[in-house]
Design a protein around this ligand. Structure first.
Ligand SMILES: NC(=O)c1ccc[n+]([C@@H]2O[C@H](COP(=O)([O-])OP(=O)(O)OC[C@H]3O[C@@H](n4cnc5c(N)ncnc54)[C@H](O)[C@@H]3O)[C@@H](O)[C@H]2O)c1
Length: 354
């Protein structure tokens, strides 16, 4: 019987992976480990229980807490302060202590257990300035990457792992890149089987979207409750583009990697929705209107805010070639699923999302 320790296991990604892993491998023991820092993560506790996932209140900043989790075979590392705005205009202490020092504790727990690790990293490891300086055209609803880019790893399908890493990337992105580097050293020094997935925007039901993180859910929720929204930055017209990956689509990849950790030892993959599941904010607005039946006025703030980028689309070529995995859920289906989840759980979600 295998034991899977899911750090951040009450969070959006962690709870989904924990529940799906337990459902796919009922013989395994799945332990969700979380300090419940993220508002709304507590709503996942009954879901975890109902799905046969154990829960332990613990903090990755504490090696003792990780020790108390007991023996495990595989860690899915999903705990983080996941906001790209974290640390700006405030102390970076929590971000650094969780996303960086906490990773060290996680890697030590993995080493001491002779376990494997799948690390959820981010596309935010790629520097903002390089992304911002690429040549873009404009359609009516979105920015479009101009053809003939000269920056490595940039092409019609988006950004690949060859995108240059030199430059400032946000405090959040730096904690993730530093964590990746340490993980790869642990792979090299101790032979631990570890894999890194640099994810673009992930979304779906049970994401507790807020202004600084989880924008797709925030957008649907603000439409649902007729709240306030603004297009911030890049002229304030909502043309900035991201690819979105449904968390439902992420699990098959994680499960595939978990079953073949030796094959992927030390590998880094860009993982995202790709060009076909990309959206601009203004296109997202149109989908939210359709899915909720509500229209709201959206304010315009032309000035850019900290750590923003106009465009990010994942080139999934490496991960698809290595694993056969590719995303399957279209953006409007994702938006509809989120709208249905909000409607079905209106009372419990309102204090958190509205
Ligand atoms: N959601 C995205 O769009 C996205 C994109 C790329 C990468 N990621 C990465 O995926 C992982 C999961 O993100 P998410 O979207 O589920 O975020 P989330 O905030 O929903 O989940 C993170 C969980 O970690 C917990 N946590 C925070 N600090 C902790 C600590 N010190 N000890 C133990 N638990 C702690 C929180 O309570 C929360 O439940 C993160 O590593 C994030 O950086 C997320």
């Amino acid at each position: 019987m295998k034991t899977i320790l899911v750090t951040g296991g009450a969070g959006f990604v962690g709870s989904h992976l924990a529940l799906r892993y337990k459902a796919a491998h009922p013989e395994s023991r799945v332990l969700a480990f979380d300090n419940l820092k993220r508002r709304g993560s507590e709503l996942n506790l009954p879901r975890l229980k109902a799905g046969g996932v154990e829960f332990m209140h613990g903090d990755i900043r504490s090696p003792q807490d990780l020790l108390a989790a007991g023996k495990f075979d595989l860690m899915l590392e999903c705990s983080a302060e996941p906001s790209v705005l974290a640390g700006y205009g405030e102390s970076p202490a929590y971000l650094l202590e969780t996303n960086l020092v906490g990773t060290i504790h996680c890697l030590e727990a993995v080493r001491l257990n002779g376990a494997g690790i799948i690390f959820l990293s981010t596309s935010r490891v790629y520097p903002m300035e390089t992304i911002g300086k690429l040549a873009y055209g404009e359609s009516d609803s979105r920015f479009v990457l101009a053809p003939g880019q000269t920056v490595a790893g940039t092409g019609p399908k988006g950004f690949s792992e060859a995108f240059p890493l030199e430059g400032v990337r946000s405090l959040y992105g730096t904690t993730k890149l530093a964590s990746e580097m340490l993980l790869r050293e642990y792979v090299h020094a101790y032979g631990i089987p570890g894999v890194i997935n640099r994810c673009g925007v992930l979304t779906g039901p049970w994401q507790m979207g807020k202004v600084d993180q989880g924008v797709v859910v925030l957008w649907v929720a603000r439409h649902f409750w007729k709240g306030k929204l603004s297009y911030i930055g890049y002229g304030g017209t909502g043309k900035q583009v991201r690819d979105v990956l449904s968390v439902e689509d992420l699990f098959p990849l994680i499960d595939h990697q978990a079953g073949r950790l030796d094959q992927f030892r030390g590998e880094v993959f860009n993982v995202g929705g790709g060009l076909e599941t990309s959206l601009s904010l203004s296109e997202l607005t149109a989908m939210c209107r359709q899915a909720t039946g509500n229209s709201i006025d959206i304010a315009s703030v032309p000035e850019n805010r900290n750590a923003d980028i106009p465009y990010y689309i994942t080139d999934n070529t490496k991960v698809t070639t290595a694993t056969g995995w590719k995303p399957s859920i279209a953006p409007y289906t994702i938006i509809e699923n989120i709208a249905r989840w909000i409607r079905d759980n209106e009372d419990s979600l309102k204090p958190i999302l509205s």
